[in-house]
Design a protein around this ligand. Sequence first.
Ligand SMILES: Cc1cc2nc3c(=O)[nH]c(=O)nc-3n(C[C@H](O)[C@H](O)[C@H](O)COP(=O)(O)O)c2cc1C
Length: 242
Amino acid sequence: MIEKKVSKAIEFRRSVRKYDASKTLNKEEVRSCIQQATLAPTSSNLQLWEFYHITKVETLKKMATACFNQSAAATASQLVVAVVRKDLWKKRVASNIKFLEQQFGNQKLKNFIDKKKSMDYYKKIVPTVYSDFFGLFGLLKKILAASMGLFRPMYRELSSGDLRVIAHKSTALAAQNFMISMAALGYDTCPMEGLDSKRVKKILGLPKKAEINMIIGCGHRAEGGIYGTRFRVPFEEVYREV
Ligand SMILES: Cc1cc2nc3c(=O)[nH]c(=O)nc-3n(C[C@H](O)[C@H](O)[C@H](O)COP(=O)(O)O)c2cc1C
């Protein structure tokens, strides 16, 4: 097997809790890693995420407090907040439709089926899955899916809770893309969910419906910044060939 650069970056990445303040972090390079994050796969290509790149000292201090002053946040020279914006689904559907219209624009009958299928997906299926009314419509859809599922394979993740999981899943994939891209440049990171989400949202001026997926501390590892040897349960315990 040919060793790929990505394997090295995966190996290099550790959760670093203490950063070296004497070493600087290039803002533009971090920004480019955030751009790589947005190339992650995303459910229905809805991209229900936003990334806040914190570079100002004053904001960094406020964010560290909201992260309970844990050292991965307090010593980080920059922070990246991965935010879930499930509330933006209609806007993202519209962007997808616009993109498809541009793609299919001048092509004639040959692609008609593909176009209709794709358009139906964004005009009918996604709105059916994402529409809700105080959780009631979601519950109804779930009951309906369970009944139909008795007779044929059925998509079942239809409640608003399910959709939150779906949106967080995609955002976490983007966060991992970011951390691996950073590792490829020799930069360190630490994902964090130990935080006061209400305070974080207030600092960033986020709307009520936005959710914090994770905050990622960024910098260069200081001596003792990695808290010990990497621990994983034996691979045999988690790997099943079926
Ligand atoms: C979603 C998520 C949340 C985490 N939250 C924290 C956190 O709040 N503080 C922290 O120090 N580490 C946090 N971690 C880091 C884990 O503790 C770490 O990934 C794990 O111990 C494995 O170590 P490694 O990343 O060095 O391989 C988090 C990791 C993930 C994926």
